[in-house]
Design a binder for this molecule. Sequence first.
Ligand SMILES: Cc1ncc(COP(=O)(O)O)c(C=O)c1O
Length: 432
Amino acid sequence: MQNNNSSFDLSLNLNVRGMPLSATLHINELSKKLKQQGKKVYLFGLGQSPFPVPTPVVEELQANAYQKDYLEVRGLKPLREAVADYHSKRNDIPQNAENVLIGPGSKELMFLLQFVYYGELVIPTPSWVSYAPQAKIIGRQVAWINTKEKNKWRVLPEELQKICNNDHYKPRILILNYPSNPTGVTYTCEELQDLAEVAREHRVILLSDEIYGELNFKGTHCSIARFYPEGTIISSGISKWCGAGGWRLGTFAFPESLSGLLSGMAAVASETFTSTSAPIQYAAIKAFKGGIEIERYLWNARKILKSLGLEIYKILNDGGIETPEPEGGFYLFLSFKKHSEKLKAKNINTSVDLTTRLLENTGVALLPGSVFGRPEDEFTARLSYVDFDGTRALAAAETTRPEDPLPNEFMNTYCSHMLEGIRTIVDWAKSI
Ligand SMILES: Cc1ncc(COP(=O)(O)O)c(C=O)c1O
């Protein structure tokens, strides 16, 4: 008799063996479990836009549901044109549709880039959870830039210089993400210009992850590609500013000088995912072309995120939990260092201990700082402020005049669960 329950002695790739699920997915599953047990949960670990996809983009998807053909591996030509146009207008540098690559999410494109390029990956700490695991899967070296809280966790030119001075000739890609996940902080044009000079001096390739660019609170996102066009790839997509994370569409815009990388990535794409979903590509044309309705959507989305982000920032900092002032996106990076002694006295010694205990005690889910590359024993954590009904909040914001701020009672009406969760964190930190 065959035993159907006997398991295989699987021979896993060594780079993947023992690798856990992505940190974000793990905390979400844990929070869902608590919710199912009937506990009140504050989902502040989730990194997803709270807003619906803008109506014109949804309508475009509906109209193109019948599109069934495999498309060109690099992406649909009119979409590549729209993306090239979008970047040309915003950055004041010509961008060519031939140098745009469309993929099923920018995350997948980043993986392909690391796979195709043989070099060291330079990333700041803290930075987004998936950059380093992707390098590990592929077997690439990672060099971390250990940014400082007092510099609002931003990379300074001298810090980049120091890494590059180690070996001027080493091929390197630096990923710079702004507005940042996990810190909510961005760079000024001048700061980007200084970083660009160092990158140019050492011929570092920049992957400029601008997926939150449209969610810069002032609507004044500046790309480093302006100052180092020949060495910068701009990464973007529709997941964050267009609320369409689950649609899975990301874009890379290359300079002509790096078109060899694009060709390599397209070759691998042709042997793996073939092309990005056809209806989604047709709909994304509308998103990148924009228009008055999408502008209005973005204006109000920024207005809500800015007001909420600043309010949370104030409550936390008043309560002794420090974070830099947010400038875009929907994240804050919390430092509990003022509470260090008390935490240690309660046998909380790492950021994982901190977030686990907080979740168990209060139902508030945050992500530990260690998954963003911070030292394990540093009391930091990422908070995302998207646990509210974005559809309702957006509809309400649209009834206000564009030049007016949101009314005083707005946050208490539409984001009360968020504010309650933030106060819960502060009370917990005080009570330990
Ligand atoms: C900083 C950053 N970059 C890239 C991505 C990947 O986005 P997508 O694959 O949905 O385009 C995310 C998603 O959470 C992110 O936060």
